[in-house]
Design a protein around this ligand. Structure first.
Ligand code: DC
Length: 227
């Protein structure tokens, strides 16, 4: 069995897995790959194509037809990567509210997941990658030598979001935010599959910097490029 130099990070929305994944990839000189962008890009194509996101057959045809590209940033506007659908830059469009509302439905169809997971696995098996998602350590790349499951309570995620939005001058209601995070967890529950052998980290009790140091301490020597 080929063992890819890959680290997987799974966890719910807003748990800080993207921040952890990106900083871990930078520290190791690996590629950072957020698999959620693939489900988001597909969902955008579904919406633009006038397809009902709950229509499994139609969403599957769409997933077969489109080509989702993940590239290094092509514009210096704060993006971590450039995402394309058939060559068209959709990096910011996949973050809009329409996508947010439909992605859990579009992502949940088993045949759709078969298609996107195969593409994710191909990238993962190239190695030198930190892959972030919901089912990466369990299904997409079970051979990865280090698997993390990062969880943070709803109350703490809501608190962090309040701090972030308040710093931007936006007024926010903690309870409304907590309710929307809970709702999002419930909608994503059917796609969440932590690996049985993942290292569980509770982000409530340590800062993102401490979490990064801890995960770095778990990276086997043989996986480091510059060991
Ligand atoms: O991590 P995110 O919020 O960008 O994910 C967007 C959606 O994609 C979310 O509804 C869960 C889904 N997703 C998934 O089903 N499997 C993954 N490996 C990653 C994300």
């Amino acid at each position: 069995m080929t063992i890819p130099r890959a680290i997987t990070i799974d966890g719910p929305a807003g748990s800080g897995k993207s921040t952890l994944g990106a900083s871990l990839a930078t520290a190791l000189g690996f590629v950072y790959f957020d698999t959620g962008v693939m489900y988001r890009a597909l969902t955008l194509a579904v919406i633009e194509g006038g397809i009902d996101p709950t229509d499994a057959a139609a969403v599957t045809v769409c997933a077969e037809r489109i080509s989702i590209g993940i590239h290094p940033p092509t514009v210096a506007d704060g993006r971590q990567y450039t995402i394309t659908i058939d060559g068209r830059d959709v990096t910011w469009a996949i973050r809009d509210q329409r996508v947010e509302g439909a992605v859990s439905s579009a992502a949940g169809h088993p045949p759709v997941r078969v298609i996107l997971r195969a593409q994710q696995r191909e990238i993962g098996m190239r190695g030198e990658v930190v892959m972030v998602g919901r089912d990466i350590g369990s299904i997409v790349l079970p051979e990865a030598p280090l698997k993390i499951y990062l969880d943070v309570s709803i109350a703490e995620r809501a608190h962090r979001r309040v701090v972030e939005l308040t710093a931007r001058g936006e007024s926010v209601d903690h309870d409304a935010l907590a309710a929307s995070i809970k709702n999002r967890d419930e909608r994503d529950a059917h796609v969440m599959q932590p690996a049985p052998d993942a290292v569980h980290i509770n982000g409530d009790t340590q800062s993102p910097a401490d979490t990064l140091s801890y995960v770095l301490s778990l990276v086997p020597m043989g996986m480091r490029l510059h060991a």
